[in-house]
Design a protein around this ligand. Structure first.
Ligand SMILES: Cc1cc2nc3c(=O)[nH]c(=O)nc-3n(C[C@H](O)[C@H](O)[C@H](O)COP(=O)(O)OP(=O)(O)OC[C@H]3O[C@@H](n4cnc5c(N)ncnc54)[C@H](O)[C@@H]3O)c2cc1C
Length: 392
C-alpha cells in the first residue's frame, strides 16, 4: 500500500492549484452574485487541458485516471465549487461515451471535445424524478434504426450552453430500468429547447436548466445504449463520477477550514485570539481529521475505478461521507466567524451554501446510504460467528 502521490500527480496538482488561485478565485464571488455562466473561465480550463480530464489519449485527451482527476477537481473546487461543477460537467457528460460508446462515436465526439471548445451535459433527471432513475418518463420511440425523443429533462448542469447532451430515455415507462436507452443529442437538432437558468441556493455560477425534447429525431449513429442497457450505463457513469463529487466536497471543506484557521488566529475576544480557546481548537481538529478521512475515501474509490475494479460501493461511501464533511465543516466555519460568517463579506458564507448541493446531486445522501446498507446487510462477510438462532 502506498499513500504517496506520484511526481506527475504532484505537478498536476500544482498546475490545477495555480489555475484555481489565478483564474477561478478572483472571479468566484462575481459569478456567484451575478449568477452568470463563467464561460471565459471554462474556456480557459479547456485551453489549459483541465476540462476533459477523463478522455483517453487515443482520442486526444489527457487520459488522466480518476485519481488524478480527483486531485484536479479538489483544487478547483477549493476556489469555487460552482465553477468546479461546471468544469467537471464535461466529464460527466462524456463518461457514458467513454464507457459505452462505440469506436465511431468515441472518435467523432470525444476527439471533437478535445479539439474544439465544446460542452457536453448529462441528463437522467426529470421534473418528476431524480433519485428513481428507473422511473423516468422521457419517451424514446423507435422508428426504424432511429429514435424519436419526447419529454422533459430537469436540473441539467451546463444545459443552457451545451453542444451535446447524453440523454437517457425509456421505450416503455412500464418496463422501468429494462426500458431505458441512452442517446447522444446534438442540441442544434430540431425540437431541442434549452431552458432558462434556474436560480439556486448555492453553486450559482453553475448553469442549471430544463431541457425540452419535442419530436427530436436521433440518427442511428447517436444511439449510445439500446433499451435495457441505458440504466446500467447510467449507474456505471455514476460510479466513475461520484468519487469526483467526493473530491469537490473535500476542496470546499478544505478552504472553509483554512479560512477558519486564519480567522481564529486573528480574531480576538476577551483579550485573546479565539484560536486559543479549546472549544475552537476542537472544531479545527474535527475539520482536519474529517477532511483527511474524506480525501482518503475519495482516493480509494477513484483508485479502485482506475484498477478496473467495481467501485460502486466505495464511490457511494466516498460521496456520502465527503458530502457530509463539507456540510459540517462549512457550518462550523460560519460558526467560527461568528456574525461575520453570516455576511457576504467573508467567503465561508458562500462555501456553506455551495456545500449543500453535494448531499443532493448525483444521488442524494439517502440514496448512497441505501447502496451502503444493502451491501452491509446482504453481502458483507462477517468475521464473527453468527449469534445463532433467533430467540423469542
Ligand atoms: C444544482 C443541481 C444540478 C443537477 N445537475 C444534474 C444534471 O446535470 N443531470 C441530471 O440528470 N440531474 C441533475 N440534477 C438532479 C439531481 O441528481 C437530483 O435532484 C437528485 O438525484 C435528487 O432527485 P430529486 O430532486 O428528484 O429528489 P427526490 O428523488 O424526489 O427525493 C426527495 C427526497 O427523498 C429522498 N428519497 C428519495 N427516494 C428515497 C428512498 N427510496 N429512501 C429514502 N429516501 C429517499 C431523497 O434522498 C430526497 O431527500 C441536479 C440537481 C441539482 C439541484
Amino acid at each position: 500500500m502506498d499513500f504517496l502521490l506520484s511526481e506527475d500527480q504532484k505537478s498536476l496538482r500544482n498546475k490545477a492549484r495555480e489555475f484555481a488561485i489565478n483564474e477561478v478565485l478572483p472571479v468566484a464571488r462575481k459569478y456567484d452574485e451575478s449568477e452568470e455562466f463563467p464561460l471565459p473561465v471554462i474556456k480557459k480550463a479547456w485551453e489549459e487541458g483541465l476540462l476533459n480530464l477523463g478522455i483517453p489519449t487515443e482520442y486526444g485527451g489527457p487520459g488522466y485516471g480518476l485519481l488524478s482527476s480527483c486531485i484536479v477537481v479538489e483544487e478547483i473546487s477549493s476556489a469555487c465549487p460552482g465553477i468546479a461543477t461546471s468544469i467537471f460537467d464535461n466529464n460527466l457528460g462524456a463518461e457514458p461515451i467513454v464507457i459505452g460508446g462505440n469506436e465511431e462515436q468515441k472518435q467523432r465526439i470525444l476527439t471533437e471535445l478535445v479539439n474544439e471548445f465544446k460542452l457536453i451535459a448529462f441528463a437522467t433527471s426529470e421534473p418528476t424524478m431524480g433519485s428513481d432513475v428507473a422511473g423516468m418518463k422521457c419517451f424514446a420511440d423507435k422508428d426504424g434504426d432511429e429514435y424519436i425523443l419526447n419529454g422533459n429533462k430537469f436540473w441539467i448542469t451546463n444545459g443552457g450552453y451545451a453542444d451535446y447532451i447524453t440523454v437517457f430515455a425509456t421505450v416503455d415507462p412500464e418496463k422501468k430500468h429494462k426500458g431505458i436507452a441512452a442517446f447522444i443529442v446534438d442540441t442544434q437538432t430540431e425540437g431541442v429547447k434549452l431552458g432558462k437558468h434556474i436560480p439556486k441556493l448555492g453553486q450559482r455560477s453553475s448553469n442549471t436548466v430544463s431541457i425540452g425534447l419535442k419530436d427530436v429525431r436521433i440518427p442511428k449513429e447517436n444511439v449510445l445504449a439500446k433499451p435495457g442497457r441505458g440504466f446500467v450505463l447510467a449507474m456505471q457513469t455514476f460510479a466513475h463520477t461520484r468519487p469526483a463529487i467526493g473530491a469537490f466536497a473535500v476542496g470546499c471543506a478544505r478552504s472553509a477550514m483554512e479560512y477558519s484557521i486564519d480567522y481564529a488566529q486573528k480574531r480576538e475576544t476577551f483579550g485573546r485570539p479565539i484560536g486559543n480557546y479549546q472549544v475552537i481548537q476542537e472544531k479545527i481538529a474535527n475539520m482536519y481529521k474529517d477532511i483527511e478521512a474524506a480525501r482518503l475515501l475519495t482516493y480509494k474509490a477513484a483508485w479502485e475505478a482506475d484498477q478496473g475494479m467495481d467501485n460502486n460501493l466505495s464511490s457511494s461511501v466516498a460521496k456520502a461521507f465527503a458530502s457530509d464533511v463539507a456540510m459540517n465543516v462549512t457550518t462550523e466555519a460560519v460558526q467560527i466567524f461568528g456574525g461575520y460568517g453570516y455576511l457576504r463579506t467573508y467567503p465561508v458564507e458562500k462555501l456553506f451554501r455551495d456545500a449543500k448541493l453535494y448531499q443532493i446531486y448525483e444521488g442524494t445522501s439517502e440514496i448512497q446510504r441505501i447502496v451502503i446498507s444493502r451491501f452491509a446487510m446482504k453481502r458483507y462477510e462477517h468475521a464473527m460467528p453468527s449469534l445463532g438462532k433467533k430467540r423469542d
